[in-house]
Design a protein around this ligand. Structure first.
Ligand code: NAD
Length: 266
């Protein structure tokens, strides 16, 4: 079945690399106009925007730090200026700053929570202000707006050495559910995707060479995920094919969250 997001506008944060870039490309392939947010380096997002425009789509690249309120206000204002509306937010930006709890600096704790959790709140709030103002755009989508939070299997699986990251994603889970409870009567659909191990810059060390073999012990399906595994789900969750899916988390993890260590043990 062909999914069409024609006449819809999507904003993807952290779209200069990895899952964000893949999601933006897939949304554009499905016909959406796309705003590609980048953080510090403009080049890759601008290249992707050029590629989408050259292929007959519509895309712009806009810099913003998702942890900064003023940046987010400007990002959403530029989105409306360029495309006049917003239908889909993919709140994807995220980072890791790993350390044992006893060694973790307050700065690294705050940076991860600020980007991964506060950043998702700021983006969701800005999107909701637009969605509630504009309501359902008849003939475009059955929903008044869609938000997809990029969470992680670590919203459920504790992660020693990564307490700031796991806490941020645990926070995203109840942020998403509470927002969905608050807004679904307005026909706004909010859901999360919880990826397992997807081959991107964030986990390059864990997905190459000997480390990959170790990682595969945690993945019953027997392979590391690709960006497209997540990007395809983003398109589905953004489309009317998932119109009755509200306030849920889709785990895309090759079975990682099934606790495979318990198979034949315990
Ligand atoms: P990535 O490092 O390629 O992408 C992260 C993106 O976030 C980058 O483009 C980066 O510039 C952006 N970013 C970081 N700080 C930012 C800020 N302050 N403002 C705006 N943008 C900022 O890694 P990825 O794997 O594509 O990660 C994307 C999302 O997927 C993250 O939220 C991550 O936690 C989540 N995730 C990834 C995996 C995986 O295995 N790759 C697993 C679970 C969850």
């Amino acid at each position: 079945m062909q999914i069409s997001l024609a006449r819809q506008v999507a904003l993807v944060t952290g779209a200069s690399s990895g899952i964000g870039a893949g999601a933006a490309r897939a949304l554009a392939d499905a016909g959406a106009s796309v705003v590609l947010n980048y953080h510090s380096s403009a080049g890759p997002a601008q290249d992707l925007a050029r590629e989408i425009n050259a292929n007959g789509g519509r895309a712009i690249a806009v810099g913003a730090d998702v942890s900064k309120e003023q940046d987010i206000e400007r990002l959403f204002a530029q989105t409306l200026e360029a495309f006049g509306t917003l239908d889909i937010l993919v709140a994807n930006s995220g980072l890791q700053k790993d350390a044992a709890a006893v060694d973790m600096s307050l700065e690294d704790w705050n940076t991860v929570i600020g980007t991964n959790l506060t950043g998702q709140f700021l983006c969701a709030r800005a999107a909701l202000r637009i969605f509630t103002r504009q309501g359902i755009r008849q003939g475009v989508s059955r929903a008044a707006g869609k938000i997809i939070h990029m969470s992680s299997v670590h919203q459920r699986i504790p992660w020693a050495g990564h307490i700031n990251y796991a806490a941020s994603k645990g926070g995203v889970d109840l942020l998403m559910q509470s927002l969905a409870q608050e807004t679904s009567h307005q026909r706004i659909r909010i859901n999360s995707i919880a990826p397992g191990a997807i081959r991107t810059a964030i986990n390059r060390d864990a997905t190459e060479g000997e480390q990959e073999q170790k990682l595969l012990e945690l993945i019953p399906y027997g392979r590391v995920g690709d960006v497209e595994d997540v990007a395809n789900a983003v398109v589905w969750l953004a489309s009317d094919l998932s119109d009755y899916v509200v306030g849920t988390t889709l785990f895309i993890d090759g079975g990682m969250s099934l606790y495979p260590g318990f198979r034949g043990n315990g």
